[in-house]
Design a protein around this ligand. Structure first.
Ligand SMILES: [Zn+2]
Length: 325
């Protein structure tokens, strides 16, 4: 007769196999249910990779942005290489999932970490060439080490394998990318979220990747001295390029109207609100910033962060104040 203990003992291997299978299944489900970005087919040739609206984390590998790729006749053009080597690998996998064509080019839409921290992976492992604007490379050289230190904190051990690598090719102002079957123009924005943000413009498709020039769904962040330049860059996008489809730097694929509402609308509200506050006798930028009602944009993620909001208002008010002094 079997004792209780021996029954239990003989059950243990089965139990272990069962539990292991359960763990494997749940891990697989978790991976499938929560990819760090969504692949969105925009046209036959163009895909957006829409990342989280949250901050950089070990879970999102620093890819807390929207990137994408274009399938030309002779290869793929990736826009932005990711926030880490691991993040770059996932972008590469997303390309592989829709085409066997090689990645020929990677465009860095600016000098912020998630626009270029995957460069080394694409250059060394994938064999792609990387291109960025001259201001973009200056920005990478100026802030790269600081960004890398921040990535070590934000991504923890997931930063492993990330090597800072500059572009192979640079351009100034405007550049037509040498690929077949699709026109792709790289255009300096003149400065928006950073000095170095560019547009990746597909004139025939009337489609643009804006990098950090456009934020949708999420409140943007103004750097000191950049608010009015940003308004100018968005006005150029609206009045000169006039895209139908906007793949923003943060947030989902949008119409021009939605892109303008969430980015230009917000910046304009701050600018006009500050000007009005000075007219009404505000003493300094801080006082002016407090008079601006930002609630029309309370639907944006990050709006609840009061410090974020007030920094934006103060920075814009400083520029407006400098202009009327
Ligand atoms: Zn960004």
């Amino acid at each position: 007769m079997l004792s209780r203990a021996s029954v239990f003992k003989s059950a243990v291997p089965w139990l272990q196999i069962f539990l292991a299978a359960l763990l494997w299944a749940s891990a697989t489900v978790a991976q499938a249910a929560e990819p760090i970005f969504k692949t969105v087919k925009v046209t036959e040739r163009v895909y957006a990779l829409v990342g989280e609206l949250t901050q950089r984390s070990p879970a999102n590998l620093g890819n807390n942005m929207t990137s994408g790729f274009v399938i030309a006749d002779d290869g793929v053009v990736v826009v932005d290489s990711g926030g880490s080597a691991e993040g770059a690998k996932l972008i590469r996998q997303a390309v592989r999932a829709v085409t066997d064509k090689p990645v020929r080019w990677v465009v860095n839409s600016g000098g912020q970490d998630h626009r270029w921290f995957g460069n080394d992976y694409f250059q060394r492992v994938v064999g792609a060439r990387v291109i960025a604007s001259e201001p973009g490379v200056l920005d990478m050289k100026a802030r790269g080490l600081q960004q890398y230190e921040a990535a070590k904190v934000n991504l923890g051990e997931k930063v492993a394998g990330t090597v800072l690598a500059y572009p192979d090719v640079t351009f100034s102002k405007r550049h037509k990318l040498a690929v077949n079957g699709v026109d792709i123009e790289l255009i300096e924005s003149g400065g928006a979220h950073t000095r170095a943000d560019i547009f990746v413009w597909l004139p025939k498709e009337k489609l643009v990747f804006t990098g950090d020039v456009v934020f949708v769904d999420r409140l943007l962040g103004i750097q000191p001295g950049m608010g009015l330049l940003w308004i100018a860059a968005l006005s150029y996008l609206r009045d000169e390029l006039r895209p139908v489809t906007v793949i923003p730097g943060h947030g989902g694929v949008a119409t021009l109207g939605k892109a303008m509402k969430d980015s230009l609308g917000y910046l304009t509200l701050l600018r006009d609100g500050a000007a009005q506050a000075f007219k009404d006798g505000a003493f300094d930028p801080v006082e002016a910033s407090q008079a601006i009602d930002q609630t029309p944009f309370s639907y944006l993620v990050n709006f609840t962060d009061a410090r974020f909001r007030s920094n934006n208002a103060i920075r814009m008010a400083e520029e407006v104040f400098a202009g009327i002094r």
